[in-house]
Design a binder for this molecule. Sequence first.
Ligand code: IMP
Ligand code: MG
Length: 180
Amino acid sequence: MNIQKSNIHPLFTEEQLQKRIQELGKQITEDYKDKNLILIGVLRGAFLFLADLCREINLDMKIDFLGLSSYGDRTSSSGIVRLTSDLSLSILDQDVLIIEDIIDTGLTMDYLYKNLETRRPRSLKCCALLDKPDRRLQSVHIDYVGFTIPDRFVIGYGLDYQNQYRNLPYIGVVEGIEDN
Ligand code: IMP
Ligand code: MG
């Protein structure tokens, strides 16, 4: 199903996103001096955020990705998380920063923390562009948050609705779709 343009209301413009990403990049640059930073992007939603954020971090780093999907493909996850593609790099003794698009129920991040911890990184933290705390089912610690948002379904800048709209350069709220 396609969403009518008139039902998409901009929440964060390109400029607002880039400004906040610059701030996050500065903070991360400070915090990870003298560390072995590895950014891990969660596919597919975080691909644009990681691409912009990594260029605002003025440090040597490695970059890797993993793919996750949670069953249930409308506007909320079922909570059953599946690893669809694993990291290529080892994270043993590395300072891992997970890059996520959005934390909603918290179930995905809880799964990821538990999975990655078994690989014995030196440190394991998370940076999420968006946080929707009202929908939390599992409490998770998020170290860096771009924006905290209300309980609304959002698309664009990596975030999808039925695998579309990831390429919108801004983040928009969608009116009139079921969010169960
Ligand atoms: P959680 O496990 O419920 O925290 O879900 C996290 C994942 O659900 C995110 O990585 C997104 O892929 C997806 N998600 C949650 N809320 C939204 C939204 O408003 N728009 C698009 N995707 C979302
Ligand atoms: Mg995601």
